[in-house]
Design a protein around this ligand. Sequence first.
Ligand code: LLP
Length: 388
Amino acid sequence: MFSIKQAERFNKIETPFYYYNTELLKNTLAEIIKHAPSSYHIHYALKANAHPTLLGFIKGAGLGADCVSGNEIKRAVECGFDAAKIVFAGVGKSDKEINYALEQGISCFNVESLHELQIINELAENKNTIARIALRINPNVDAHTHKYITTGLEENKFGINPYEFDAILDAIKKLPQLQLIGLHFHIGSQIQKLSVFKTLCLRVNEINKWFIQKGHLLPNINVGGGLGINYQEPDKQAIVDFKTYFTVFKEFLELRPQQELHFELGRCIIAQCGSLISRVLYIKNGINTNFLILDAGMTELIRPALYQAYHKIENISKDSSYGSIKYDVVGPICESSDCFGKAVALPDTKRGDIIAIRSAGAYGEVMSNHYNLRDGVKSVFDSELRSQ
Ligand code: LLP
């Protein structure tokens, strides 16, 4: 929730920029620590936001890191994450990235195919080392979310399908540089129905049982991330209900005493901590449509253009950010998809008003780009503004 006073502070800063509320981040992390049983390992998915300042808080809270590129591993290491708490996922790890991860001695590669197993084995052999691996399984569980962020269906490119399990175990027997330590699952992102996680647990139980019967009681069970947030009302529930989320796993997952549970949470940790702050450049009234043209566009936040994602839009220069005038809120980029929201009800808005696009801390800044040769987007932290 932003005040007019905050808008006045923002007014002194060149827009657009990402504004991060690190107090909220600290409170979110505290909730996770409070509700996760001590045997749970929580990894933060760097892909959601890899800003070093934010990673400092996350690492400080004791979380591990879930990385999907060599550069994310490098960033995690530079920010002080212990290599023993870094996992490396991704369907297309390059040789350079695998070599780097082996040199760092990361805790686990989440492997997505038979071919990848062979390559990691070969590269580990060259380095005379052992690679710890988990099998990323495609459990064929529907996450009931946007099709671009659904990952656990047979048609998706991710993971190993159950009909391949026998061949995979046979192959591993012949790959001496690999140590199989776990099973990994991630079925999608922005999952809002907790029943989906229950379905995942039941499927994990079946698959875990199958591996145990084959003589593989694996210590790491990793259920990925995916817990959704409230984009409609970001202030109503700024911190997600971690207690209920963890309870689903406590109730429905049947782990053996030797097995520990791992998570890879991204969005639910960082999304509500960030807003994209922008300024109104122009107002263009049409016959049926009024346009608010902002100085931020799909180059700074691509989610609405890419996934038709909803982000709450507020005019924070006004007493009430709500109003009765409907505007299509658009950016300056030469694409019609460069639109943050259609028919958004706002107060009478003027050039120079500060507009906040909420819940943009996850998959916002990290997905920004330089299309149209735009400047890189900056970030501002609450601590910097407090001292002004
Ligand atoms: N683990 C794996 C293997 C993943 O692929 C992902 C996200 C996560 C963990 C973290 O998921 P989260 O807890 O953040 O839902 N750019 C999209 C989201 C892509 C998610 C990709 N994978 C968006 O803006 O909605």
